[in-house]
Ligand binder design. Structure first.
Ligand SMILES: Cc1cc2nc3c(=O)[nH]c(=O)nc-3n(C[C@H](O)[C@H](O)[C@H](O)COP(=O)(O)OP(=O)(O)OC[C@H]3O[C@@H](n4cnc5c(N)ncnc54)[C@H](O)[C@@H]3O)c2cc1C
Ligand code: FES
Length: 237
């Protein structure tokens, strides 16, 4: 973990509620790690996944859900942000035939994972699940690095259905999933060996307060420290 001051280079809207923020000055981070941003006017930092990290530029994909994320997404270019970087454990890139499965804003950390697989000589497949066509973001960006299938719950774009049911039909040796808890549980039950990136309400973000603990087959684990990426079979769903 490092405490860094990063400069907001750009903030662009990707759909009605998701924004891409690019920040300068960050150390290189692994796919699956996250940062804790201090949002002006808010006491607790907000955890956001690394969507991309390259040459000092950190990309975050942020969904407005409450006041903190709303404030983040309206910051002006040039804003300076106090950020804890390189938090948590990243994904393991051992798969030879990886399948990335994202749901909604959970697609965010899978983008860097896709790039890292390609850099390692493996082109992954990806299923990106959204509620409807309006909520889709980054599908074209993913398509540069993966064979992408878009799934929507209402069938307004791509394949009709949820991400896990679509993923079941795609050959893979290991899956990597991020999204709502119900989707991750289904992935763990139906997709074989794999890893899930979990979310939890966080206090400190670096292992000190125990506020983000979950139950695993090996006892309690902190999502911020032992996770947020866990082996799917380790989590007690
Ligand atoms: C490891 C990790 C990685 C994350 N990565 C991303 C990301 O890449 N992009 C992104 O947009 N969001 C991400 N989140 C979720 C993000 O941290 C929360 O949406 C944000 O903190 C909410 O702040 P707020 O002030 O806007 O909302 P609040 O006012 O605090 O809450 C608004 C609503 O959001 C819900 N909420 C708040 N925090 C969480 C949370 N941690 N998990 C689930 N629901 C929550 C609340 O229950 C409430 O319904 C991540 C969370 C974790 C733990
Ligand atoms: S948020 Fe404090 S231990 Fe995880």
């Amino acid at each position: 973990m490092r405490q860094q001051t990063l400069t907001l280079l750009s903030c662009r809207s990707l759909n009605a509620s998701v924004y891409e923020l690019i920040l300068a000055g960050a150390e290189e981070m692994r796919a699956g790690q996250f940062v804790e941003l201090s949002v002006p006017g808010f006491y607790l930092r907000r955890p956001i996944s690394v969507a991309d990290s390259e040459e000092g530029r950190l990309t975050l994909l942020v969904k407005e859900v409450g006041e903190g994320t709303k404030k983040l997404c309206t910051l002006q270019e040039g804003a300076r942000l106090d950020v804890l970087t390189s938090l948590g454990r990243g994904f393991d890139l051992s798969a030879r035939s990886p399948l990335l499965v994202g749901g909604g804003i959970g697609c965010a950390p899978l983008y860097k994972l896709a790039k890292d697989f390609v850099a390692a000589g493996v082109r992954p497949r990806a299923v990106l699940g959204f509620r409807n066509a309006e909520e889709i973001y980054y599908a074209e960006e993913f398509a540069r690095y993966c064979d992408v299938t878009v799934a929507t719950d209402d069938g307004s774009r791509g394949v009709k259905g949820n991400a896990v049911s679509v993923a079941e039909g795609i050959p893979h040796d290991r899956f990597y999933a991020c999204g709502p808890q119900i989707m991750l549980r289904a992935a763990a039950q139906k997709l074989g060996e794999g890893e899930v990136s979990l979310e939890a309400r966080m206090g400190c973000g670096f292992g000190a307060c125990m506020g983000c603990s979950i139950v695993t087959v090996n006892g309690y684990a902190r999502v911020c420290k032992e996770g947020p990426v866990f082996d799917a079979k380790e989590v007690v769903w």
